[in-house]
Design a protein. Structure first.
Length: 256
């Protein structure tokens, strides 16, 4: 049986105490909720995103949480970031925080559903860059730090399009398909050499975020669950309760 997230999982207080977690797309949507959830459970969170004002708002919200460690803000536009800029991020985390225990890749580029034949060259490149290449590059430059962590976990956010080809998802859909393959290949490579690093994908299902609104502008937005409802699953995957699970394509725990 493929691994599943336990239904109704509730993270223990202090689950991520002493851990440093990097969250991409931390200014909005699921990334924002994940960052707050990690901080509330004791993690020092590195807030990576492209809109500084949004990151500052998340920073303030974390500072207002009782007992949460001070977070760090790392503005970065993943669409144009060079390899050297990714390496600089890893070097900064090492210098300022001394360790890294996990990454949650929530940053996403998606404009609208459209036929592949109509996608602009720019959207194609940006879609693969933000949704796939940056996630790979960030993980890769952070590997030396993750290797030193006793229990490291990398979570790539996926989508139903990651497991079953869907029409009109453009580069976004292709990237989700690829990220699931990337996660499984990487997990296989690490299982014998670095069993302390787990790599999984997670599909949260529909969430009430800006991305969902772009795809389904006519939908009653209140019908989708809030991003906070997916945070317990992410805490499960990041924390010690999911030790031993790697290379899995996990979905929201209410899925059949
Ligand atoms: N929402 C859903 O229904 C749903 C369903 C299944 C899977 N997912 C997956 O869950 C993940 C999070 O989605 P979401 O709904 O939270 O999306 P979202 O609300 O659109 O948030 C995406 C985040 O990524 C950031 N971002 C976009 N382009 C960036 C770039 N070039 N550089 C750095 N950051 C960038 C955005 O920053 P700005 O705020 O500055 O634009 C934003 O903070 C995605 O991987 C998505 O595919 C979502």
């Amino acid at each position: 049986m493929p691994p599943r997230i336990p239904a109704g999982y509730a993270a223990a207080a202090g689950l991520l105490r002493e851990r440093v977690i990097l969250v991409t797309g931390a200014g909005d949507g699921l990334g924002r909720a994940a960052a707050l959830g990690c901080a509330a459970h004791g993690a020092t969170v590195v807030l990576l995103g492209r809109t500084v004002k949004k990151l500052e708002q998340v920073y303030d919200a974390i500072e207002a949480l009782e007992g949460a460690p001070k977070p760090a803000i790392y503005p970065m536009n993943l669409a144009g970031a060079t390899w050297a800029e990714h390496e600089e991020l890893a070097a900064t985390v090492e210098r300022e925080l001394g360790r890294l225990d996990g990454i949650v890749h929530c940053a996403a580029h998606f404009r609208a559903f459209m036929p592949l034949a109509d996608e602009t060259p720019r959207d194609w490149v940006e879609g693969l860059q933000v949704n796939l290449t940056a996630a790979y590059t960030l993980t890769r430059v952070c590997l030396p730090l993750l290797r030193r962590a006793p229990d490291a976990s990398v979570v790539f956010l996926s989508d139903a399009a990651g497991r079953q080809a869907k029409a009109y998802r453009g580069a976004f859909g292709v990237a989700k398909y690829a990220i699931e393959g990337l996660a499984r290949s990487w997990a296989l490579e690490l299982e014998s050499t670095q069993p302390n690093i787990r790599i999984n994908t997670y599909d949260p299902g529909p969430l009430r975020t800006a991305l969902r609104l772009r795809g389904y502008p006519g939908e009653e937005i209140a019908s989708a669950p809030l991003p906070e409802t997916a945070v317990p699953d992410l805490l499960y995957l990041l924390g010690p309760d999911s030790r031993g699970i790697s290379g899995a394509a996990l979905a929201r725990n209410s899925d059949p």
